[in-house]
Design a protein around this ligand. Structure first.
Ligand SMILES: C[S@@+](CC[C@H](N)C(=O)[O-])C[C@H]1O[C@@H](n2cnc3c(N)ncnc32)[C@H](O)[C@@H]1O
Length: 307
C-alpha cells in the first residue's frame, strides 16, 4: 500500500483521461503499446482519507480498446510481485520486468513492434530516470517514423525540479563527496548548464525560484533536442510548495490536443477531511519554455554530452 497526496491523485486522474483517449485515437491500429517504466504499487491510498484509487498499471490494463502490449517495469521486488498478480489473468499481452528500467529497457524495446502507436509513462519518485532511457525510447521508432511520416514513441514524464534542488543541496562539498552531480548528469545526459545554475544559486547570483525554473526548462531543452513536434509542460506544486512538472512530448497534433484537454479540464481533486469532492477549474496551458533563456538572469554554457 502506498499513500499519496492530492497532487499525485490529480496526476493519475489526468493520466487516466489521456490514456483512454490515446487508445481511442489509435483504435484502428493492429497493435497499441503501453510502457510503464515506473510501475509502482497496486494499492494506492489518498493520504489522510483512507480512500483508495487505481495506479497506472491497473488503469492501463482496463483501457478499451485494449493495449496489445503492456510492459510494467518496477525496481522493488514486492511491488513487482504485486504487479505480476495484477496481470495474472492477462499473461499474453502484459508482462512485468523487475529491476532498474534504465538497464532493462533496451531488451524490452527490442521485442516490441515499431509500427504500433506507443505511449510511455515515465513516473519516477525522484532522480531515477536516466537520459539514456529517454533517448532510447525516442529512438525506438525513429527510423520507422521518419520513413512513413508516423509518430515516434509518445512520452509523459514526471520531472521534479524540487528533487534536484534537494539532491544538490546548499553544501557543495557534501554533494561532491556523495557523487550527486554525477546523478544529475545522468538525468540530463550532459554536464554544463545545470552546473552553472547550481553554482549561481550557491553563490547567491540567482534565487532558489530561478534555479528551480531553470532546472525544468533545461530538461525541456533536452527533450526539445530529441526532435518532437509538440512539447507541453504543466508545472505543479505539491502541498510543500515544491515544483514538479508534467512534461509531454509527441509528434502527433491529436496527442497534443488530447493532453491539453486532459490537463485543462475541470477536475475534482479529493482533499482529506472533506465530505464532498469539489470540482475545480484548471488554467489553460501556457508556453513557458520558448525564449526562457533570454529572460534568465545569467548566461548558460553549452551542453557537454555524457560519453
Ligand atoms: C511514483 S511511483 C510510480 C507510480 C505509478 N506510475 C502509478 O501512477 O501508480 C515510482 C515507482 O518506481 C519504482 N522505481 C524507482 N526506481 C526505479 C527504477 N530505476 N526502475 C524501475 N522502477 C523504479 C519505485 O519503486 C516506485 O514504485
Amino acid at each position: 500500500m502506498r499513500e499519496w497526496s492530492p497532487h499525485s491523485y490529480e496526476k493519475i486522474s489526468i493520466f487516466s483521461d489521456y490514456l483512454q483517449q490515446f487508445a481511442v485515437a489509435a483504435g484502428s491500429a493492429t497493435n497499441r503499446v503501453y510502457i510503464d517504466a515506473f510501475g509502482g504499487d497496486t494499492v494506492n491510498v489518498l493520504r489522510g482519507s483512507g480512500r483508495t484509487f487505481a495506479g497506472s498499471a491497473e488503469i492501463a490494463l482496463a483501457i478499451e480498446p485494449p493495449f496489445s502490449h503492456l510492459r510494467f517495469f518496477e525496481l522493488k521486488a514486492g511491488r513487482a510481485a504485486a504487479l505480476r498478480r495484477l496481470i495474472a489473468s492477462d499473461p499474453r499481452r502484459a508482462s512485468v520486468i523487475e529491476g532498474d528500467c534504465n538497464s532493462t529497457m533496451a531488451g524490452v524495446l527490442a521485442g516490441l513492434p515499431v509500427q504500433a502507436p506507443t505511449f510511455a509513462f515515465l513516473d519516477p519518485d525522484g532522480m531515477e530516470l536516466n537520459w539514456s532511457t529517454i533517448r532510447m525510447l525516442a529512438d525506438h521508432k525513429r527510423r520507422y517514423a521518419n520513413e512513413t511520416g508516423k509518430s515516434k514513441v509518445e512520452m509523459w514524464v514526471l520531472f521534479s525540479s524540487a528533487g534536484i534542488v534537494r539532491v544538490l543541496g546548499s553544501n557543495r562539498q557534501l554533494a561532491l563527496e556523495k557523487g550527486f552531480p554525477e546523478k544529475i548528469a545522468r538525468l540530463y545526459g550532459a554536464w554544463g548548464p545545470w552546473e552553472r545554475v547550481w553554482e549561481a544559486k550557491l553563490d547567491g547570483e540567482i534565487s532558489g525560484g530561478d534555479a528551480k525554473k531553470a532546472y525544468l526548462f533545461l530538461y525541456m531543452d533536452r527533450l526539445a533536442s530529441l526532435g518532437y513536434r509538440h512539447l507541453l509542460v504543466r508545472p505543479i506544486e505539491n502541498s510543500r510548495n515544491e515544483l514538479f512538472a508534467m512534461v509531454f512530448v509527441t509528434d502527433h497534433p491529436a496527442g497534443a490536443s488530447i493532453m491539453k484537454w486532459a490537463v485543462e479540464r475541470d477536475r475534482a481533486i479529493p482533499e482529506p477531511g472533506t465530505l464532498f469532492d469539489a470540482v475545480e477549474s484548471r488554467p489553460p496551458y501556457e508556453d513557458l519554455h520558448t525564449g526562457w533563456r533570454e529572460s534568465f538572469p545569467i548566461e548558460l554554457p553549452e551542453w557537454e554530452e555524457l560519453g
